[in-house]
Design a protein around this ligand. Structure first.
Ligand SMILES: Cc1cc2nc3c(=O)[nH]c(=O)nc-3n(C[C@H](O)[C@H](O)[C@H](O)COP(=O)(O)OP(=O)(O)OC[C@H]3O[C@@H](n4cnc5c(N)ncnc54)[C@H](O)[C@@H]3O)c2cc1C
Length: 302
């Protein structure tokens, strides 16, 4: 039995759900990506400790996934195991009157709704970001001049070798689309969010307003991974790309969105290579015409 088979068998014994050769196109908002050797869905803290400990002994790489909304996965897929968090990791509770404890596998949408129901303000900006809470903490996701950094005070994680630990405050190293987790290889299990008491009506109005703005500007009707590039200093990637005449430019099934030039959309059957080739064209053209070097926000795997 090889290491992948050993890990798969043990994961099932730990109570995880195991899928073999699982197409990642089913788990990314781009709808792109070849098969992962294993997709392991984990439901409890005990199981994740065991799983990570064993994977490190067997040298099987593990890749945590949230909602796959910031991922571009290679057409040949991912070697090792992709780890999805469900069950206990989707729970959202009120730890203190203004403090929300949110499982990393919960969607940001569920976290926003929980905050709204409890008349807690601070998370409205995240309404419409199609990620899971863990992915949002990892990326320090943000919109409309707010980011996770403004509400995230701690994350509990599991290390590569299966130990549970917590980072708080500055240890989280939250910066523009960056956190300590971008570099440390740990998997976030839960987030502590410090919110403020607010008015449910105002929270609802703000969420509606931000969502409508999003809908009017972003190509939500087509598969994508959101803004492909980070915001360059003093500029917007979408504006530069549009100014370079690249709106509507296609490679295979990948197209620079006509609605928002910062997005690449999958107009049907796009491969990872189509997207990567289009990214190269965009980067080269923007650099030649404006001297700005665009940097990818979307993460590439496999
Ligand atoms: C239509 C659309 C609009 C978007 N708008 C915005 C926006 O306004 N602002 C913004 O910031 N982003 C936006 N995004 C991008 C994306 O939604 C965010 O980056 C989001 O936070 C990613 O979360 P996810 O759960 O989907 O992460 P994934 O795509 O699943 O993963 C992203 C990275 O995080 C890692 N990761 C995921 N979960 C964990 C975990 N539990 N522990 C450790 N690492 C983990 C993955 O390994 C990967 O490296 C948008 C995307 C789309 C498709």
């Amino acid at each position: 039995m090889n290491q992948i088979d050993q890990l798969a068998q043990a994961a099932e014994q730990f109570g995880c759900k195991v899928c073999r050769d699982e197409p990642m196109s089913l788990h990314t908002t781009f709808k792109i990506g070849g098969p992962a050797d294993l997709l392991i869905t984990v439901y409890t803290k005990e199981a994740i400790k065991e799983l990570y400990r064993l994977a490190s002994e067997l040298f099987v790489p593990l890749l945590p996934i949230g909602n796959g909304s910031n991922m571009l996965v290679s057409d040949s897929g991912i070697r090792g195991a992709v780890v999805a968090l469900d069950g206990d990791f989707r729970q959202i509770t009120l730890a203190e009157p203004n403090v929300v404890e949110c499982g990393a596998g919960a969607t940001l949408a569920d976290a926003c709704l929980f905050a709204k129901v409890n008349s807690l303000t601070g998370l409205e900006f995240a309404w419409g970001i199609p990620g899971a809470a863990g992915g949002a903490a990892f990326m320090n996701a943000g919109a409309y001049n707010c980011e996770m950094k403004s509400v995230l005070t701690a994350c509990t994680h599991v290390t590569k070798s299966g130990e549970i630990s917590t980072l708080t405050g500055n240890e989280l190293q939250l910066g523009y689309r960056h956190s300590a987790y971008t570099d440390n290889g740990c998997t976030i299990l839960s987030l502590t969010l410090q919110l403020q008491k607010g008015s449910k009506e105002l929270i609802t109005a703000s969420m509606d307003d931000l969502f409508n703005r999003r809908k009017s500007k972003q190509p939500l009707e087509l598969p994508s991974a959101g803004s492909v590039f980070k915001r360059p200093e003093g500029n917007f990637a979408g504006t530069l790309i549009e100014q370079c005449g690249l709106k509507g430019r296609t490679v295979g099934g990948a197209m620079v969105s006509q609605k928002h030039a910062g997005f690449i959309v999958n107009i049907g059957g796009a491969t990872c290579n189509d997207v990567l080739n289009l990214i190269d064209i965009i980067k080269n053209t923007v650099y030649q015409q404006t001297n700005v070097a665009l940097e990818c926000e979307v993460k590439t795997f496999g």
